[in-house]
Design a binder for this molecule. Structure first.
Ligand SMILES: [Mn+2]
Length: 421
């Protein structure tokens, strides 16, 4: 029985500066700045522990084309460690680290191969003198590659598993630059066993077999929009069967976004407990990793007025943040937003012949109106707002956003005129 085993990772973005965090203390900032390196070290240890035949890295090793020396040293240290254990590595570069930005190259170990940017390199992996796999790849020569680089890959030798390594936007993912655009159909026709892709930061198996087409996602989240586990793929191919693809989390800090339902919370203590529980639940599902958490407090609660007035909500957030940060593993409550509503009885208010009743009735026209009338109202609003120099930069609201805004405005107005019981 012949088995080929390898690690597929991509988008390490070593030495990424952390972005999008509104407030952070020094201890957390330093942990976040080291997280991409820590995750890379975890990938290297995993490859050694699993005794893989090789490691492929599908681009964006570095975060920017002027790659820091610190990142280059750390990256090479990992490749050296693999080489010390007889493990080969194959590295393609992507749009964040194209070959054109490569001014200061360090020497790499002999067992590491850096794919060039002119043609697809074909490398054979041998064990005890026999070829067990072929690894093919090409790097981005410059940042903006509009050409479909997959077209340059030639049919591999079908007698051994073949792995194609490429940084590419397969299937036109609109959240990522359309560099080296390709399709699942085109990749499928090439005759490879496994396409080891990079570029898209969420983990995705576009095709499980014949060929497998895989994005492992990035190895460590870098901002609050990249939530959930991050890591690499451990791939085993036995006797030409379908690849066994196991996702292995390697992140050291995880991002979580969620909401806390304040319905039924009648006291600040109860709300505080609900928020702590939400943080604990996120922590428990993260296997001991540190967490950066964004939570939105929603629901209709009699606490709404108290939380809205003065600095009560900010003070609650600060107390919770200190409490969570002191835990081990720590939880950084990065943002707690208040999206609660007052517990008014809207049906009752609507019947009242007073100012509050007028407000509810007026806003009901916006929130309950038929689609055509809503379109008319939206049209009028957009004619006012979306013109002029700033307006041109805004995009029109969806119907859902429009009614949400109307509902929010109604509640904010009611907050000022209704005495809560
Ligand atoms: Mn990337």
């Amino acid at each position: 029985m012949s088995t080929v085993k390898f690690v597929h990772c991509a988008d390490l973005h070593l030495d990424t500066p952390f972005r999008g965090l509104a407030s952070i203390d020094e201890e957390r900032a330093s942990a976040l700045n080291n997280a991409t390196f820590d995750s890379y070290d975890t990938i290297i240890s995993l490859a050694i522990r699993e005794q893989v035949d090789f490691v492929v890295i599908a681009g964006d090793v570095y975060d920017s084309s002027d790659r820091s020396l610190r990142a280059q040293f750390r990256f090479r240290d990992g490749l050296n460690l693999l080489a010390d254990h007889g493990i080969r590595s194959f590295v393609a570069f992507g749009n964040h680290d194209p070959l054109s930005g490569w001014s200061n190259t360090l020497e790499w170990p002999d067992l590491s191969h850096r794919f060039g940017g002119k043609a697809v390199d074909v490398c054979q992996v041998t064990r005890d003198g026999s070829v067990i796999a072929s690894v093919h790849g090409i790097s981005f020569p410059q940042e903006a590659v509009r050409e479909d680089l997959s077209a340059r890959f030639e049919k591999p030798d079908p007698s051994v598993p073949s792995i194609a390594v490429l940084h590419s936007n397969v299937g036109g993912d609109t959240r990522h630059e359309p560099y080296s655009p390709a399709t699942v159909e085109a990749l499928s026709a090439k005759g490879f066993t496994y396409w080891a892709l990079g570029h898209v930061h969420s983990r995705r198996i576009l095709k499980a077999d014949s060929p497998a087409i895989v994005y492992p996602g990035n190895s460590q989240s870098r901002h609050p929009n990249e939530t959930g586990p991050k890591g690499c793929c451990l791939v085993t191919i036995t006797d030409g069967g379908p690849p066994r693809i196991r996702f292995m989390p390697t992140d050291t800090i995880r991002y979580h976004r969620g909401s806390v339902d304040a319905n039924g919370c009648e006291t600040i203590d109860a709300l505080q407990r609900a928020i702590v529980e939400a943080c604990q639940a996120a922590s428990e599902s993260s296997d001991g990793r540190h967490l950066v958490v964004r939570l939105s407090v929603t629901g209709r609660t009699p606490l709404h007025g108290e939380l809205t007035r003065g600095s009560a909500f900010a003070e609650l957030s600060e107390a919770l943040r200190m409490d969570m940060a002191a835990r081990e593993p720590w939880i950084w409550l990065e943002k707690l937003s208040q999206d609660t509503r007052g517990s008014y009885n809207l049906d009752e208010l609507k019947q009242q012949q007073d100012f509050a009743g007028d407000i509810v009735r007026t806003y009901s026209v916006l929130t309950e109106t038929a689609a055509e009338e809503l379109a008319l109202l939206k049209g009028e609003l957009e004619a006012d707002v979306l013109t002029g120099s700033v307006g041109r930069l805004l995009s029109p609201l969806t119907d859902e956003e429009f009614t949400q805004l109307a509902e929010q405005a109604m509640h904010q107005t009611l907050d000022r005129v209704v005495e809560e019981g």
